[in-house]
Design a binder for this molecule. Structure first.
Ligand code: DON
Length: 342
């Protein structure tokens, strides 16, 4: 058995024995029967999701993976894709040029608001639909196929595995996405997207239809927590220079018109999606991926928010936390100290 196999075996054994896994199982059970929220149906195919689906995955900076519940259940990434495509656009064009097409200001509005900055005609940020469409328009490639492949290859670097698209969801959104179409043509009028606007709309609908699971979301967040390097595979997914840009905008804009309360109550850069996913980053510590389809009125997963709140509170993961947390993360993961007597 080589060193790498020994390392992964050690990690998995630690993971099985760690009190942290028992903690995750407890919070999973605490919220498993919570039945608030409604499964999205404005994209008809999304209504097929089962409200009881629920998975949690935590990936630490040093590559330990803790998952509970339905972490293999596939669902469409939806808006979570926006944060990562924003990072790819920054790599393609650099900060200065991307900022001429999309700002970094929270809107305080819903994710699908048709609003542009009145002074600059830019969409406010890359996390809302308008800003995401402008960001997707920036992804380089000779044509639709190459641009989509670059996005899929990027996600493979983040998660360590290849991804497919849920074609029925893509076609369902393409057929009903007239609000996004209106935004795209309004931005074309102001030069915020290029003439290839229809190709970009298809690219955006396809990126939102990429199939992921809760473990993928944990890996993606763990990669950002680890400075852009996947902590399990060791592969770099994003230029280190742009990790700060991505997680800063996730913190201020990632939860839409819940972002202010999110920063106040959770305090971790995060991105939600109407497919029921949330990915949250504790920089330098860990990434969290949750999946549960029932959404609140702002389009965020009800159970996912509860899990992130509990983890932030119990392990002091809030970016601005200065008090000693109730539970010392390292002890709970390693199974040392008072974690054994919790
Ligand atoms: O464009 C849309 O409306 C969807 N493809 C994505 C929206 C979304 O995920 C909002 N997040 N909570």
């Amino acid at each position: 058995m080589n060193t790498g196999d020994l390392h992964s075996l050690a990690s998995s054994i630690t993971a099985v024995a760690s009190p942290f896994r028992n903690y995750l199982s407890d919070v999973y059970e605490k919220y498993r029967l919570l039945d608030d929220g409604v499964v999205a149906d404005y994209i008809p195919e999304l209504a097929l999701a089962k409200p009881e689906w629920f998975g949690i995955c935590v990936v630490t900076k040093n590559g330990q993976v803790f998952d509970v519940g339905e972490c293999d259940q596939l669902f469409t990434i939806q808006s979570i894709s926006k944060a990562f495509v924003y990072g790819l656009a920054l790599e393609d064009h650099g900060r200065e040029y991307v900022n001429t097409k999309v700002s970094v200001e929270p809107t305080g509005e819903a994710f699908n608001a048709i609003v542009l900055d009145e002074k600059t005609n830019r969409p406010y940020n890359p996390m809302v639909n308008a800003g995401a469409i402008a960001t997707s328009d920036l992804i380089k490639g000779k044509g639709a196929t190459e641009r989509l492949k670059r996005i899929l290859d990027m996600f493979k670097r983040y998660t360590g595995r290849a991804h497919d698209i849920n074609v029925p969801v893509f076609l369902s959104e393409k057929a009903t996405g007239n609000r996004n179409r209106a935004m795209a043509y309004l931005m074309l009028n102001f030069g915020m997207v290029s003439e290839r606007v229809e190709e970009t709309l298809d690219l955006y609908f396809q990126q939102c239809s990429i199939l992921v699971n809760a473990r993928d979301l944990g890996m993606m967040a763990g990669t950002l927590a680890n400075g852009g390097i996947n902590p399990v595979t060791g592969e770099r997914a994003i230029d280190e220079r742009y990790v700060q840009d991505v997680i800063s905008v996730m913190l201020t804009c990632g939860m839409y018109d819940y972002s202010g309360e999110w920063v106040y109550r959770v305090g971790m850069p995060a991105k939600s999606g109407v497919g029921g996913g949330i990915t949250a980053v504790a920089p330098g510590k860990l990434g969290i991926g949750t999946f549960s389809p029932p959404l609140d009125s702002k389009g965020n997963s009800v159970r996912g928010i509860k899990i992130c709140e509990e983890l932030a509170k119990d392990f002091g993961l809030h970016l601005f936390n200065v008090a000693k947390p109730d539970r010392v993360l390292e002890d709970w993961i390693a199974g040392t100290g008072d974690a054994d007597t919790w």
